[in-house]
Design a protein around this ligand. Structure first.
Ligand SMILES: Nc1ncnc2c1ncn2[C@@H]1O[C@H](COP(=O)(O)OP(=O)(O)OP(=O)(O)O)[C@@H](O)[C@H]1O
Ligand SMILES: [Mg+2]
Length: 586
């Protein structure tokens, strides 16, 4: 008698099974009598090692293990946007409906609504030649996103039977004829999450992702299709930055993968996101957002899978020609899941107990970002931005180090800035963007001519401030030449009136590039004006309470549409400033 697949041993989220039918790496299996979802992650002689995406307590040796013979895949079709999924694309709200807050195990719910009808409009004609990835029609998925329906991979030929109408995602919408064979197409396709979706060509990034966050857009921009890491200690503002980018960045679609430390952090996402308004459209942000949420009380294996689920969905929309911003908060929690599973497998541990392949896994994830030409020749991009939470804020640990090795932007969050309530607490001396050169062209064409000069000038002042402060430590402020006092004066203004930006102020929360330009220009003009009058013998002490300064401090709270007029007022105030004489009163 043929033996049936069954459990041999259980170790937390890892199950060892034997005699599973036709086992292949990454096959999805149903484990135990209640059919928990698991994935084969190792084949070791007769032992088949499975990571299970649900709580394994109560599983016993001898219970059945069945192979589904498919890889861990996501369902791709209209209805993704606005959804809230867990790490293996189960709709959290539907699961909770069925089982209450405590998610039952072995629950079988479809990722997407199979009954809902979508109005499909063909974009090509019957008889047209199509290939994998070709766009054949579209659906209004939400009021802001048109879902392009694409031919699944592996199909090509002549299309037939296309007709406008209302269809569920599994209804036939057309057939593809090839060599006398006919294959039917629906709006639904599957894709294995661990495999990048193919592209024709990858470009070097040339366009910045405009975020409206001054320190990012001005000094440390990330390119569309680029990668960025946000390491920061506890409470330094990682989540707020990710939320700001979700709300304000000029990407078409947001995929937000939340790997929370604490359950309540996730609950916060689940409650705050659906309430967020989209700045561009005035509609709910969820109309262009997909949320993937894991809490610490969800099984670790699902957390491990979540970033793949997220990036696969992002690639799918990229293939329609959209730009996607994918946020992962925090990838440290993901890496810890990897470590836990590796430990259960009794693999040789690398640094700090993380598996030796941590670096490769991190790199593989970020390599899926990019600005690309896809199979249907659309240009789309996935920008990947990962928060990292190094224990104690020390970025010499393996997750930070492996992330920094592959990401090209580093926003270094700083506990001491956060403690001083300087937000965003991005340290301007340690952070960097390796896209700066590649984006220069864009900035030159799309902002003012003198932009890079202003930007570099401002950064130079910040660096000088740092050096001068070291001197101050030795000799005291009073011993400084007036010229250096003036540098400190302007650097302080750059820090407080430009870099500091409140996420919670209705106006300050977003600055367009135009506003950033006028603000930076005002500050640098003031620097020039001050330098000029110092030459007359005016001292910095006389410059503390000028009208120009007051106006510049208030500039961030000036509405976008008034910024041009406001700049004129600043020019007037600067003209007045120049009238200060050495004999003027302080
Ligand atoms: N740009 C900002 N503007 C105003 N306040 C901010 C800003 N960024 C962070 N904060 C403040 O800092 C607090 C902590 O931020 P946040 O929750 O993002 O930190 P975190 O790094 O994600 O922390 P954790 O390590 O706990 O996940 C926020 O609640 C907020 O009060
Ligand atoms: Mg956080």
């Amino acid at each position: 008698m043929e033996k049936k697949g069954s459990i041999y041993k259980v170790s937390g989220p890892v199950v060892i099974a034997r005699n599973v039918e036709n086992p292949r790496m990454y096959d999805v299996v149903k484990v135990g009598d209640i059919g928990l979802v698991g994935e084969i992650i190792k084949l070791d002689g007769e032992n088949i090692i499975i990571q299970v995406y649900e709580d394994t307590s109560g599983l016993r040796p001898g219970e059945a293990v069945k192979n589904t013979n498919r890889q861990l895949s996501v369902m791709l079709a209209p209805g993704l946007i606005g959804s809230i999924f867990d790490g293996i694309q189960r709709p959290l709200d539907k699961i909770m409906e069925q089982s209450g807050d405590f998610i039952e195990r072995g629950i079988d719910v479809s990722s997407l609504d199979m009954k809902r009808k979508w109005h499909f409009v063909p974009l090509i004609n019957n008889g047209d030649e199509i290939k994998a990835g070709s766009i054949i029609g579209e659906v209004d998925e939400t009021s802001v996103i048109k879902h392009k329906v694409m031919v699944p991979f592996g199909l090509s030929g002549k299309i037939d039977g296309l007709k406008e109408g209302d269809y569920t995602i599994t209804d036939e919408i057309a057939v593809v004829k090839n060599d006398g064979k006919k294959e039917k197409i629906s709006m639904l396709q599957y894709w294995p999450v661990r495999v990048p979706r193919p592209v024709k060509e990858k470009f070097s990034p040339k366009i910045p992702l405009i975020t409206g966050q001054r320190i990012i857009d001005t000094f440390f921009p990330v390119a569309k299709g680029g990668t960025a890491a946000v390491p920061g200690p506890f409470g330094s503002g990682k989540t707020v930055i990710q939320h700001q980018l979700a709300k304000w960045s000029d990407s078409d679609i947001i995929v937000y993968v939340g790997c929370g430390e604490r359950g309540n952090e996730m609950t916060e996402i689940l409650t705050t996101f659906p309430e967020l308004k989209d700045s561009k459209t005035g509609k709910p942000l969820m109309e262009r957002t997909i949320l993937i949420a894991n809490t610490s009380n969800m099984p670790v294996a699902a957390r491990e899978a979540s970033i793949y689920t997220g990036i696969t969905i992002a690639e799918y929309y990229r293939d329609m020609g959209y730009s996607i911003a994918l946020m992962a908060d925090s990838t440290s929690r993901w890496a810890e899941a990897l470590r836990e599973i590796s430990g259960r497998l009794e693999e040789m541990p690398g640094e700090e107990g993380y598996p030796a392949y941590l670096g490769r896994k991190v790199a593989e994830f970020y390599e899926r970002a990019g600005m690309v030409r896809v199979l249907n020749d659309s240009i789309g991009s996935v920008t990947a931005i990962g928060a990292v939470s190094p224990p104690g804020g020390d970025i010499s640990e393996p997750v930070s180090q492996n992330t920094l090795r592959v990401t090209r932007v580093f926003w270094a969050l700083d506990a001491s800035l956060a403690n001083r309530r300087h937000f965003p607490s991005i340290n301007w001396l340690n952070s960097y963007s390796l896209y700066k050169e590649e984006l220069n062209d864009w900035y030159e064409k799309n902002t003012e001519r003198e932009w890079s000069e202003l930007r570099d000038g401002a950064m130079k002042l910040l660096q000088e401030e740092n050096e001068i402060n070291e001197v101050v430590q030795l000799v005291g402020y009073d011993a400084l030449p007036e010229k250096e006092k003036e540098v400190l004066d302007i650097a302080k203004i750059i820090r407080e009136d430009y870099l500091q930006q409140s996420a919670f102020d209705d106006i300050d929360t977003y600055s367009s590039m135009k506003k950033q330009y006028w603000m930076l220009k005002s500050i640098m003009m003031m620097h020039d004006a001050e330098k000029k009058i110092l030459e007359k013998g005016v001292i910095v002490e006389q410059l503390q309470k000028t009208k120009a300064k007051e106006k510049i401090a208030r500039m961030k709270y000036v509405k976008e549409e008034n910024i041009g007029d406001y700049f004129k007022e600043i020019e007037e105030a600067l003209a007045e400033l120049e009238k200060i004489e050495p004999t003027s009163e302080i």
